[in-house]
Design a protein around this ligand. Sequence first.
Ligand SMILES: [Zn+2]
Length: 318
Amino acid sequence: MKFIFHHKFLQHDTGMHPENARRLAAFRDLSDKNLVMDLEPILAVHDAGYVEKVQRYAALGHPLDGDTHLCPASFDAAVLAANATIAAAESGDFALVRPPGHHAYADYGSGFCLFNNMAIAAHDLVKKGYRVAILDFDGHFGDGTDALCADEPQIMYCSVHQHPAFPHKGSYRDIGKGAAAGTEIKMGLPPGTGDDVLFVAMDFIYDVIDAFNPDIVGISAGFDGHIYDPLLDLRFSSKSFYDMGIQLRERYPRSFAVLEGGYNLEILPQCITNFMAGMNGEPCPFPSESTHSTIQTREIVDFEMYDLRRLLLPYWSL
Ligand SMILES: [Zn+2]
């Protein structure tokens, strides 16, 4: 797995904002990937009126909402980010992009996200005949990706995230409807969840993905579950992302990743580098002590997994 990067991702200037270009400053010397500016796969997921609105608002430097800021370079950065994710899906690489995508819906952006990079790449893969599982380990629930993939039985969306937290949506009991029933897996983790309980939840998610039997696994790689991230109260260690990379490499040889969140400017590059080293089976560049959760945290997650397994049993042999 290699990084797919373009310097235009740094030109998306959001001002004084947690999602700013300094997040990727450590990677600024990566060479630019030769990317297309194709709107077609974006328009397969987003309403034309919304895409035009992002372009217009970006030109004016007008925010989409209180959280989601734009500058004149933002539209090109967002179009390139989506196409970088499609390229990553083709080559099995890691699209190191800004803006992130997993809170973007068909007709509106939110939570720092303009176009839903992962949903766009996943739908593009389905069009090419693949069955896709999305694993979203960002500390927030990827409500946009969930909504954009909810009706597509060839896409399974699995999330582990802090609950309660932004975007204040997504009950684990909602596992999808109709032909896509059983393809929405939302594991809410209580604030204070550490590595121990994270990996209990991941083992459950792996079982569900294995039952779905995808051709390709797309990873929405967000690092704001880190214990020192300013936006959330999860307690994942830097090494947990390395360990996750090792596990994903062993389980899903055909996979790709895209960057979502992660807002501790000092820690984020270490987490990204650890994850990448794990995906490539290399030694851990930034080792750290494992973190632990409270007993109550384990009880909450155990109950949720028990109930979720019960809800999923009609659809998957678990
Ligand atoms: Zn996040």
